[in-house]
Design a protein around this ligand. Structure first.
Ligand code: NAG
Length: 492
């Protein structure tokens, strides 16, 4: 019995050993800055192929990068979306299906806390001698930064490799030389001092801080900012790094979720045609999707003469059964997509991920479906949105900030829902608002003050409940067509 148990133990530990993921192994001369690190990834711009920053492979689908690389400070949205970037590992290129930016990264705060993001590859990479992830630190090592590390990355000015031994310095010593930079530090950053005399004088550097322990390399930091000061006989160069150990829970949740999630890849079967507006597009009927984990992996269909996917301006899924939308990266398939229509298709659930890969979208039509709720951030990646059509769904209310990321927004059509209230700040960011169709709802309160909207042409309010608002004062001096019936009748 005991012998059996022992054998089982031995077998089990063998099993664990052989299936454990290898990470952080490097056999060459790591100080040679041109030796290839198997976890080194380049994030590149799709159009130019230029390297935007380096990242570090941490699983077969995940790459750790800086948040500021894709979302610079002072921009209220991320600038580099999955549709305009891809990554290279060695000589191979990979598309992304997501970039998760840490939610503590705040564009309107000068502090660089949370400067960390994860790029998720569309398909997993195969590990080999030249492709391998780095190891992650343990979480309880959060404050323990090994003082002697190796900085690796690229010089952003001339794209040459950077590889240098550095030492960690206490914040007060570090910022002595650079007092204005102290506002970028946080309890989750650390500071290193570059050593040596022939320091590459370049502020533009993107990379990571590695430490070797028992012949295994692990990543302790990703670079936030590097600063150089040169006096007559003295060069000071320091970098601030985000301390990865403080984000281990967040990282592992994302890695785990994507590892457990099995995607079902489908082909989108298009009928390519020109619509009544003269736009060229892909129309799809009888698509059946009844789970959230479906993604579009390829497109089929016969193009008109001289046309190809890059000419496609709209995708219209109609008369289908799609309770969920497929994950769809328009940047890969249809880079000029401006309209996305899903109508008469029994759509029940939507989320931000459904639209995050189509940054040029101007029109989103979700009419004639079964939607009851829309998460507040659903449209946050659609910064060029002009039209939103949600007629004939089952919306009872709408979140106040739904349209807060769409400054060019003009037309909102929500006829035939059961809306009861329109929140005061619903159109706060939409100064170009033109048309509002809210007929056939159950509105009894409109808190919006429409006076500042100089482009408003029409508000349709037929068939609602008695609506109380400051509406009528305003109506006297605006030449807006208001289609309404008995707005004040029987209201107390
Ligand atoms: C609203 O619903 C009514 C009744 O079903 C229908 O006749 C009308 O066309 C719908 N309006 C819109 C804008 O879809």
């Amino acid at each position: 019995m005991a012998a059996h148990k022992m054998l089982l133990c031995v077998l089990m530990s063998l099993f664990v050993l052989t299936t454990a993921q290898e990470c952080g192994k490097f056999t060459g001369n790591i100080d040679d800055k041109d030796s290839k690190l198997p976890w080194m990834v380049q994030l590149r711009e799709r159009m130019s192929s230029d390297v935007i920053c380096t990242g570090t492979l941490i699983s077969n689908r995940h790459v750790l990068i800086d948040a500021h690389c894709v979302w610079p400070k002072s921009y209220f949205v991320a600038l580099k979306l999955i549709s305009n970037v891809y990554v290279t590992i060695g000589n191979d290129a990979f598309d992304l299906m997501d970039i998760k930016i840490n939610s503590d990264w705040k564009f309107n705060n000068p502090n660089y806390d949370g400067d960390i993001a994860i790029a998720v590859l569309f398909n997993p990479v195969t590990f080999s001698d030249t492709v391998q992830p780095i190891c992650l630190p343990e979480q309880n090592a959060g404050t323990l930064i090994r003082p002697d590390g190796l900085v690796t990355g690229i010089n952003n000015i001339d794209n040459t490799n950077v590889r240098r031994r550095v030492t960690v310095e206490k914040n007060d010593v570090c910022f002595q030389h650079f007092p204005t930079r102290v506002q970028k530090a946080s309890p989750r950053t650390f500071c290193v001092k570059w050593q040596g005399e022939d320091l590459e004088i370049a502020n533009g550097f993107s990379g990571s801080y590695l430490h070797n322990s028992d012949d295994v390399w692990l990543i302790q930091g990703i670079e936030t900012e590097t600063f150089v000061q040169k006096n007559d006989c003295d060069i000071q160069k320091h970098s601030i790094f985000t301390n990865v150990a403080h984000y281990i829970d967040w990282i592992q949740n994302i890695v785990k979720r994507d590892t457990e999630q099995v995607w079902k890849d489908i082909e989108l079967k298009c009928t390519f045609k020109r619509n009544f507006e003269g736009l060229y597009g892909c129309e799809v009927e009888n698509l059946i999707i009844n789970s959230p984990n479906v993604r579009i992996a390829s497109i089929s269909g016969l193009h008109e003469d001289n046309m190809d996917n890059s000419a496609v301006e709209y995708v219209w899924i109609k008369d289908s059964q799609t309770s969920h939308l497929p994950r769809f990266d328009a940047g890969i398939f249809f880079p000029h997509l401006i309209k996305y229509l899903i109508t008469n298709s029994g759509l029940k659930f939507i989320s931000r991920d459904d639209f995050s890969g189509m940054p040029k979208l101007e029109t989103l039509d979700l009419s004639h479906n079964e939607l009851k709720e829309i998460p507040e951030d659903t449209l946050y990646d659609l910064n060029e949105l002009v039209d939103l059509y949600i007629e004939n769904n089952q919306f009872k209310n709408l979140p106040e900030n739904l349209l807060s990321h769409a400054p060019a927004f003009q037309r909102f059509k929500a006829t035939n829902n059961t809306l009861e209230i329109l929140p005061a700040n619903f159109f706060k960011a939409n100064h170009a608002l033109k048309i509002l169709s809210l007929d056939n709802n159950k509105l009894h309160k409109i808190f919006v003050d429409f006076r500042p909207f100089r482009n408003l042409k029409k508000i349709d309010l037929l068939n609602n409940r008695c609506i109380s608002t400051n509406f009528n004062d305003w109506r006297r001096y605006k030449s807006v067509l208001i289609v309404q019936k008995e707005i004040e009748s029987a209201c107390v």
